[in-house]
Design a protein around this ligand. Structure first.
Ligand SMILES: [Mg+2]
Length: 404
């Protein structure tokens, strides 16, 4: 999501929070979900072409037209979202807006109105909470719900998903959402993507195997564009190819993520649905309007980011011990530098003190910089909530798929 925003747009759509959750220890028995009593019911809801749909709702003259939300064509910005009409021209999120303009010169380009999107986001989250408090937002327009036990005592997750989609349409002035229903997060997310827009897919345990077999690896949650390319070069095109690889081989190829790929290919994903308040990090970043080499300008930009982070941390009553600096250079090479302190970092001045030391350990100043970001994590006890889920580190570069 971060990559999908226009230049100079401060970003914090909560992506850093996810994918949260605990990966299970490898099971010795190879047990499958055979008993319905032990099976979870997970729904993934994803609004269709969210930002663009909100624009088309608020400006009916845009209905049926290619609409691109994000950077304007003459900027260095990128496409944050686009309508299905625009997708027909090959436009997709994270593409430079200038390229989108070349593909479809008559598309309507709009800068994002995050307040409007946030308002809709609040409305749909209210609907989710009518059913369960186990609701984990992935971004403004996407969330996982665990409805195994739900407030309405409804036995069928499919029925709940249908009701939620109806309520969204009624209460948001006609916006549509797609839903995936399954017994784990990975399958629920892949399912919501399967019949977009305005569709619903249910994957029961007996259908999970064939579904995964035919799923292109690029559609796997956690496989970004880089990993997808790498897998394709190795001849891993679909789930069935992934399934044929041993765990050891996948780990040797993809590190820790290989273990995750192995598990999901075998239908195993026991990550819990983690409510938003179990927040694990707060981060912000800025893509610069022009690449810069001047360290003083970088310091000024980072100080601004640190101040914004301080405000959020104060509002959320969070204190973190770890600070991470992210630097992307003009050649798109990206580095992160972190330091963990014994005591929580309080105040933007202290944050900046460490950020500048981290900056000195990069090539910034020698090389031109195009993006700067700061993240605070390792919050002190009490802020994690029960369970303290372990962060699952995954190469989520670029996101698994176009966020529809
Ligand atoms: Mg979406």
């Amino acid at each position: 999501m971060n990559a999908c925003l226009p230049a100079c747009m401060p970003v914090n759509l909560g992506r850093q929070v996810n994918p949260g959750g605990r990966m299970p220890a490898p099971r010795q028995t190879g047990a499958r979900y055979t008993s319905s009593t032990s099976m979870r019911k997970i729904i993934h809801i994803d609004m269709d072409a969210f930002y663009a749909s909100v624009e088309q709702r608020d400006r009916p003259e845009l209905k049926g037209k290619p609409v691109v939300v994000g950077g304007l064509p003459d900027s260095r910005g990128v496409v944050a979202a686009c309508s299905y009409e625009a997708r027909r021209y090959g436009i997709h999120s994270a593409m430079p807006s200038s390229r989108a303009h070349k593909l479809c010169p008559h598309a309507v380009f709009l800068t994002p109105r995050f307040d409007a999107y946030r308002a809709v986001s609040m409305e749909i989250r209210e609907i989710f909470l009518e059913y369960t408090d186990l609701m984990e937002p992935l971004s403004l327009d996407e969330a996982f719900l665990d409805v195994t036990i739900n407030k309405k005592v409804m036995p069928l997750a499919t029925r709940i998903a249908r009701e939620i989609r109806d309520k969204i349409r009624l209460r948001t002035g006609g916006l549509t959402a797609s839903a995936g229903v399954s017994f784990n997060k990975f399958l629920a997310k892949a399912a919501s993507d399967y019949r977009k827009p305005n569709g619903m897919t249910v994957i029961t345990p007996d259908k999970a195997g064939p579904f995964i077999d035919s799923l292109p690896v690029g559609k796997f949650f956690g496989v970004g564009r880089v990993t997808e390319k790498r897998m394709q070069q190795l001849g891993i095109m679909k789930g069935k190819d992934l399934k044929m690889m041993s765990r050891e081989r996948l780990v040797s190829l993809f590190g820790k993520a290989g273990n995750y790929f192995y598990q999901i290919a075998h239908e195993k994903d026991e990550r819990p649905v983690t409510p938003e308040w179990v927040r694990k990090s707060v981060g912000k970043e800025t893509t610069l309007q022009e690449d810069i080499v001047d360290m003083e300008i970088m310091r000024g930009i980072l100080a601004g980011i640190a101040e914004r982070i301080e405000i959020i941390l104060r509002k959320m009553k969070l204190q973190g011990k770890r600070v991470t600096l992210k630097v992307k250079f003009s050649d798109f090479q990206q580095v992160t530098r972190s330091t963990t302190l014994a005591e929580p970092l309080v105040g933007s001045i202290r944050i900046m003190h460490h950020v500048m030391r981290l900056l000195d350990s990069t090539e910034a100043g020698k090389k031109k910089v195009r993006l700067l970001g700061i993240t605070i994590s390792n919050f002190t006890d009490g802020d994690y909530g029960p369970g303290s889920p372990v962060q699952l580190s995954l190469p989520l570069e670029g996101g698994a798929s176009q966020s529809g």
